[in-house]
Design a protein around this ligand. Structure first.
Ligand SMILES: C[S@@+](CC[C@H](N)C(=O)[O-])C[C@H]1O[C@@H](n2cnc3c(N)ncnc32)[C@H](O)[C@@H]1O
Length: 339
C-alpha cells in the first residue's frame, strides 16, 4: 500500500486520475482541491508506483508527492513543532544531503503558517540535522501539503515527484522586453523533454507571431524561418538569422530536408494543424525534432490526443505528450521525424 498526492493543471485532474487508474489498479481517490489536487491510495508499494509512472509517463499528472507522514492540524504553534519533530525523526534520510522544502497550502487549510515561514523554520531544522537546505538541485525534497485539517508530508527524489518545483509549478523569470508569455512553454518543453535547442541549426516556426518562440530560438543561435499571417514584434525586425514569411503556412513550400527543428504553436483545430504539419513533412530532415502545441478544444481531450498521435505516427515517432505547467487548454507533443 502507498499513499500519494497527485496534481494536474486546473480543471485537468479528472484526466490525471483516469491515467493513474489505467496505470495502476485499485486506486482510491479523495479530492483535495477541486480539479487540481487529489489524494490517492494504491495497493502497490511506493517503489512500484514510482516505477510504473516513470515507465509510462502520464500526460496530465503534473506532480506526484508521496505521503509518508500525516500530521493533524491544531491551528497553533504545535503544528510547526510537530512538523519539525516529524523531520527530526527521519534524520538519517537527510544527513549530508541537499534538501529542499516544498510547502503547498490548500485555500481551505486551518494551518496558520505561510509557506515561506514554514520553510524558514524547517530549513533551520535541516541545518541542525547536518543537512544542507537548498532551493535548486536537491538530492531530496520534503514536500508538505496543508489540506483542510491535515498536513501530508512526503520525502522523495525530484525525479520521483515528476518535478523539482513545488507541485510541478515551474516558474521562469519574466525578462525585460519579453515578447510573449508563450516563450515559457517552449522553455519548459526544452527542460521537460531534456532538449538543448542550441544543438539545432535551422528551425521553422509555424504560427510564430508575435514571436516569443522565434526569439528564444534566435537567442539559442538558430536560423529561424517564422511563418504567420500576423505581425511579428518590431524588436525582431531585421534580425540577420530570421526569415519572416507573412503568410498562411498552407501556402509555403521549401526544399526537402531544409529544417532540423519544427515548432508549431497555432491555436487551431488539432486535425487542421495535423494536416498542415504533415504537409510540411518533406521539408524536415530525417530525425528532425518537432515541438507542437495541441489545442484541446473539445470535451474529450484523451480522445483528441489519441487521434492526433495516430495521425502523426505515420511520419513521426511520438517521444512524449505532456501538459506542461505553462499549457492552458492544450498539451505539448515532442516528436521525432522517422527516416
Ligand atoms: C498562440 S499564437 C503563437 C504565439 C507564438 N508561439 C509566440 O511565442 O509568440 C498563434 C499564432 O498562430 C497563427 N496562425 C494560425 N493559423 C495559422 C496558419 N494557418 N498559418 C500560419 N500561422 C497561423 C496566428 O496568426 C497566431 O499568431
Amino acid at each position: 500500500m502507498s499513499r500519494w498526492i497527485g496534481t494536474a493543471n486546473q480543471g485537468y485532474s479528472p484526466y490525471a486520475i483516469e491515467e493513474l487508474r489505467r496505470l495502476l489498479d485499485g486506486v482510491k481517490v479523495t479530492q483535495l482541491a477541486a480539479g487540481e489536487t487529489f489524494l490517492f491510495d494504491s495497493e502497490r508499494t511506493a517503489d512500484d508506483v514510482a516505477a510504473a509512472v516513470a515507465a509510462d509517463k502520464p500526460i496530465f499528472l503534473r506532480h506526484l508527492q508521496p505521503v509518508d507522514r500525516t500530521v493533524e492540524i491544531k491551528g497553533n504553534a504545535d503544528d510547526l513543532q510537530e512538523l519539525s519533530e516529524t523531520i527530526r525523526r527521519s534524520r538519517l534520510l537527510f544527513e549530508d544531503k541537499k534538501v529542499a522544502i516544498h510547502v503547498r497550502r490548500s485555500n481551505k487549510t486551518a494551518f496558520p503558517y505561510s509557506a515561506s515561514d514554514t520553510k524558514a523554520v524547517l530549513d533551520a531544522v535541516l541545518e541542525e540535522l547536518d543537512a544542507e537546505p537548498v532551493v535548486q538541485n536537491p538530492d531530496l525534497i520534503i514536500a508538505i501539503y496543508a489540506a483542510a485539517s491535515e498536513l501530508y508530508v512526503g520525502f522523495g527524489r525530484p525525479e520521483d515527484m515528476l518535478s523539482d518545483w513545488p507541485g510541478g509549478a515551474i516558474r521562469f523569470q519574466r525578462e525585460e522586453g519579453q515578447i510573449s508569455r508563450a516563450k515559457f512553454k517552449l522553455l519548459e518543453a526544452e527542460r521537460e523533454f531534456g532538449l538543448d535547442y542550441s544543438k539545432f541549426r535551422n528551425a521553422v516556426d509555424i504560427g510564430a507571431a508575435p514571436g516569443g518562440w522565434t526569439s528564444l530560438l534566435l537567442e539559442r543561435g538558430l536560423r529561424v524561418t517564422a511563418i504567420d499571417p500576423g505581425e511579428m514584434h518590431p524588436s525582431l525586425a531585421g534580425h540577420p538569422a530570421l526569415t519572416y514569411l507573412k503568410r498562411n503556412a498552407s501556402e509555403v513550400k521549401f526544399k526537402p530536408g531544409s529544417f532540423d527543428l519544427l515548432v508549431c504553436d497555432m491555436s487551431w483545430s488539432p486535425m487542421q494543424m495535423c494536416r498542415l504539419v504533415l504537409d510540411l513533412e518533406e521539408t524536415l530532415a530525417p530525425h528532425a525534432t518537432a515541438i507542437i502545441t495541441i489545442k484541446l478544444m473539445h470535451k474529450k481531450p484523451l480522445q483528441t490526443i489519441r487521434e492526433v498521435k495516430e495521425r502523426f505516427s505515420t511520419a513521426f515517432i511520438i517521444k512524449r505528450a505532456k501538459q506542461l505547467f505553462h499549457n492552458r487548454e492544450e498539451i505539448t507533443l515532442y516528436l521525432e521525424k522517422k527516416q
